[in-house]
Design a protein around this ligand. Sequence first.
Ligand code: SAM
Length: 163
Amino acid sequence: MVQETKLREGEVTVDMPPARDAGLVFIGRIRTPWKSRLETPRQGRHDGPVCRLEIFDPWVPAIKGVDFYENLEVIYWLHQSRRDLVLQSPKNNQKTRGTFSLRSPVRPNPIGTSIVKFVKIEGNVILVRGLDCLDETPLLDVKPDRCEFTPLAPPQAGDFETE
Ligand code: SAM
């Protein structure tokens, strides 16, 4: 359930346009030790606790090959965030910053991303370290870290364009 947090001095909200379905599918859920936003890390750390990416059917076969990478990019839906703030006061000190200059969970589309350390696969579960989300946060996607990934498909024209 979305939690309408109290506004801080200087913060500005807008009327949310009606939500349109972007066709997102939750491919799993994330299990972490954190039940409250106040105890969740601001950003995950690679020596943090092991968390579980539980992949739902029919996406389980999509795990194949994930263990090739040391680091993965995890994309998730910060489902308890309000979405209507354009100016935010992270320090609650009357000074504000635009939402797009922050990594706050409060954003029009509350997508969170983390680069995590791969630990191991157990059946339909990928174990990782480095997350910063609440237990039961919906999982949107898992990809290899872009720094480690070399495209497997043959190159195409745009790959050689400069300027
Ligand atoms: N690492 C991600 C990023 O940079 O996109 C998320 C960073 S965000 C600052 C992490 C914070 O979001 C946590 O400290 C917690 O306060 C909040 N949070 C975590 N899980 C959430 C959820 N499911 N719904 C709403 N807020 C959440």
